[in-house]
Design a protein around this ligand. Structure first.
Ligand code: A1D88
Ligand code: NDP
Length: 447
């Protein structure tokens, strides 16, 4: 039995759940990995010079044993997230430390502590097998998976599953991720694949869409409301392209920051009107490595006021971190919110605290999304209210290049990876709904 037989079953319109359940599983499959004995390979290099094409491998790996509450999924497509960039450059930490720590927690978790890490935190595919205790999903189900892995044995996470002390991001802090022909997930990660999308389109939103939903829309994040002025950094990037859509769909006013005319055009095409090209306008929030320039914060704030008719920002959607955080705190209005989920340019932030406390602003930390938020974010995709922002797809062999593009900010929106899918465009089950949204679905393609 090979993965080719699995693909044949997925592509045959006559396959039944019983056929999938009867398919023998292969002993091994192809997967994107980083290697434990290479964690020092970039020692001494600047972050931007660490090249994912050197650390990312395509290996034949053994099929993991299936445990209770879990599912093995045939992955048709996945996508590149920035967390896979972090894994591939071993920053800020090697992810093998996460796998070792997880492996110490239980006999079953030991499976994850391997000398290779199969990465990837998104997938669209077909359930092959479910473990004991799984009743809601069966072989043959077409699914996407969100990346929240929790044990839920502690009461800490019972209200908000992101607060579980054993909370992990699948394919980053666990093994057997989505950039592979087969993935292992907890069955609670599974959600129905939106029928109007192809495999690669369905695999693109998961991680970033759910994160943007919690960070911006959910009451656990900024709790955005109609009319809010929302400053969105990287508004055509992975997170930002969903934050922009949420702002527009929710009746807010996105102020989109991008770094090129093409990216400005994409934001315009999504429906945004207030756009700042940070490159063209030349903002330099830091005079040197240790000194910020409040005059530049003010110039930036003045530009925002020009675009809003004199209003300041209700919510900043933050993720660049060190480079922008001082400016983000400054331009927020009295009582406004800065919500942050990352620090791409450096995690030691500096801001003038007088502007925070005197103007009663709040900083909210946000990370991925709880089970319910991930489900709600996927539901909005399935209903055609929010659309994938896939720009380009790569083959599994080219994943290193795909991660390199994201690392060097050469991409737009989301970058997809075909795993078992032999070509783009397969897996659409609802052509009528697709036709209604085709322009929005293709908005980021080939730019
Ligand atoms: C969905 C996609 C998401 C993304 O893309 S996010 C971007 C990528 N992710 C990242 O960049 C994050 C990578 N992760 C990390 O950098 C680390 O993961 C953290 C810094 C988040 C945490 O590191 P840790 O190793 O868990 O923590 P410690 O700072 O090294 O220290 C843990 C020790 O500190 C003790 N401790 C914790 N809280 C307290 C406290 N309040 N008072 C005193 N001690 C405390 C603990 O017990 C433990 O101790 P003991 O070392 O002895 O085991
Ligand atoms: N905690 C969580 O749950 C999550 C965290 N993340 C983290 O968020 C970060 C962004 O992820 P994602 O959106 O997918 O990445 P992308 O690279 O797709 O998009 C980020 C965009 O931010 C802008 N940007 C990058 N650096 C700077 C800078 N120094 N100053 C201003 N703008 C900048 C760029 O847009 P432009 O050049 O057009 O301005 C870039 O396209 C990563 O660090 C990732 O690890 C992501 C998802 C979930």
């Amino acid at each position: 039995m090979t993965t080719k037989d699995i693909l044949d079953a997925i592509q045959s319109p006559d396959s039944t759940p019983a056929d999938f359940a009867a398919l023998p599983l292969p002993e091994s499959y192809r997967a994107i990995t980083v290697h434990k004995d290479e964690t020092e390979m970039f020692a001494g290099l600047e972050t931007r010079d660490k090249d994912p094409r050197k650390s990312i491998h395509l290996d034949e790996v053994a099929l993991p044993e299936l445990g209770p509450g879990e599912a093995l999924v045939a992955v048709m497509a996945s996508s590149v997230n920035y967390n896979s960039v972090w894994t591939s450059i071993f920053e800020p930490l090697s992810t093998f430390g996460f796998l070792e720590r997880y492996g110490r927690t239980s006999e079953l978790a030991k499976r994850h502590d391997l000398p290779y890490h199969i990465i990837g935190s998104d997938l669209a595919g077909v359930v092959l097998r479910t473990g004991p205790g799984v009743n809601s999903w069966k072989p043959g189900d077409e699914v996407v998976a969100h990346c929240l892995s929790v044990e839920l044995e502690s009461s800490d996470g019972h209200n908000d599953t992101m607060l579980d002390p054993e909370q992990r991001i699948w394919g980053f802090e666990t093994n057997f991720g989505g950039l592979a022909e087969i993935a292992l997930v907890k069955s609670n990660q599974l959600m129905p694949k939106p029928g109007h999308l192809s495999w690669e389109e369905a695999a693109a939103p998961g991680l970033v869409n759910s994160t943007a939903y919690r960070q911006l829309v959910s009451r656990n994040g900024a709790g955005m409301k109609q009319g809010d002025n929302v400053l969105i950094w990287g508004a055509s990037g992975g997170l930002g392209s969903y934050a922009t859509q949420f702002a527009l769909a929710g009746g807010a006013n996105p102020i989109c920051v991008v770094s090129s005319p093409q990216k400005a055009e994409i934001c315009r095409a999504m429906g945004a009107e207030a756009i700042i090209d940070r490159n063209a306008e030349g903002y330099k929030f830091w005079k040197d490595e240790n000194t910020q320039d409040p005059k530049e914060w003010k110039r930036f704030g003045k530009r925002i006021r020009e675009l809003t008719g004199g209003e300041d920002i209700d919510i900043v959607f933050e993720h660049p971190g060190r480079e922008t955080f001082g400016a983000s705190v400054f331009v927020t209005r009295k009582g406004g919110t800065i919500t942050t989920c990352a620090s791409t340019s450096g995690y030691m932030h500096e801001y003038d605290n007088r502007y925070l406390w005197m103007s009663l602003k709040r900083i909210i930390g946000s990370h991925f999304a709880n089970y319910r938020e991930a489900w709600e974010a996927n539901r909005l995709i399935a209903k055609g209210k929010i659309h994938p922002t896939l720009s380009k797809t790569y083959s599994l062999e080219e994943t290193g290049q795909a991660a390199y593009d994201v690392h060097r900010n050469l991409h737009q929106g989301k970058v997809g990876v075909l795993c078992l899918a032999p070509e783009e465009g397969l897996g659409v089950r609802d052509e009528e709904m697709r036709a209604q949204h085709i322009d929005a679905i293709n908005r980021f393609r080939n730019i």
